[in-house]
Design a protein. Structure first.
Length: 242
């Protein structure tokens, strides 16, 4: 079942979503958060930093695991997700960075890295709240449309649409990595709660497909309808086709 929270715009979406994560941390100080990157959660992270600066949030016992990371980018690269998380959240709050985990994009041994990260996730004892965005083609994490739902962390070749969507963050499309490590659908679905965000008219078609179309691996996000506790926070434009 997916609970839908409709918001007026991106800013309200960010605030509402941040309030949900803040409540999770307040109720369970040692929460395990599954975190996401991309343009959609930037406002949410900004709201969490504001809450920390006001003294309303304490991240000192929080642990985190990120959904994904590009293969081939160092942590110092300004488009790596390690860099993104530090820039948008970690360096601004009192989280113990030794307890923040991402796939290692510099490890080109895909099988070894996927196995290692799966063990990291398993060692957490379960993700309390998993944050997600949704791609225009329905991908969650970097789980692209496929013929099956991949269970565990794996290395995926990014689709042309995802490469084009991410090209705006790089000097040119040619610089966008072609492969990425990502949590599997099984690992995402194992989270106790899932929070998914969507903003803007470009997301309206896939949000409609996710919520009303058949559940199928060609629309990876559609599997979320089988999770017992999912909240979609989306603005009016993203929900405009419903």
């Amino acid at each position: 079942m997916i609970q839908i929270i409709r918001t007026k715009d991106y800013e309200e979406m960010s605030r509402k979503a941040a309030n949900i994560i803040a409540a999770q941390i307040t109720l369970k100080k040692n929460s395990v958060l599954g975190l996401a990157t991309g343009s959609t959660p930037v406002g949410l992270y900004r709201c969490l930093v504001e809450g920390y600066n006001k003294g309303d949030l304490d991240f000192s016992q929080v642990r985190s695991v990120n959904l994904d990371e590009y293969q081939g980018l160092s942590r110092e690269h300004d488009q790596s997700y390690f860099y993104f998380m530090n820039d948008n959240l970690f360096k601004h709050v009192n989280i113990d960075t030794a307890e923040t985990y991402l796939p290692d994009g510099t490890n080109m041994d895909a099988e070894g890295e996927c196995s290692r990260y799966h063990e990291v996730i398993a060692s957490m004892g379960g993700v309390d709240l998993q944050l997600l965005g949704i791609g225009n083609n329905g991908h969650i994490g970097f789980n692209e449309p496929d013929d099956y739902f991949p269970e565990n962390t794996h290395c995926v070749r990014l689709t042309d649409s995802t490469i084009q969507a991410n090209a705006r963050f790089f000097a040119s499309e040619a610089e966008v990595p072609r492969y990425a490590y990502t949590m599997g659908i099984g690992e995402i679905m194992a989270a106790r709660r899932i929070l998914i965000l969507a903003s803007g008219k470009a997301k309206a078609p896939i949000i409609k497909e996710m919520l009303t179309g058949p559940v199928r691996p060609q629309v990876p996000a559609s599997i979320l309808r089988f999770h017992k506790k999912v909240t979609l926070v989306a603005d009016e434009e993203a929900l405009s086709l419903l």
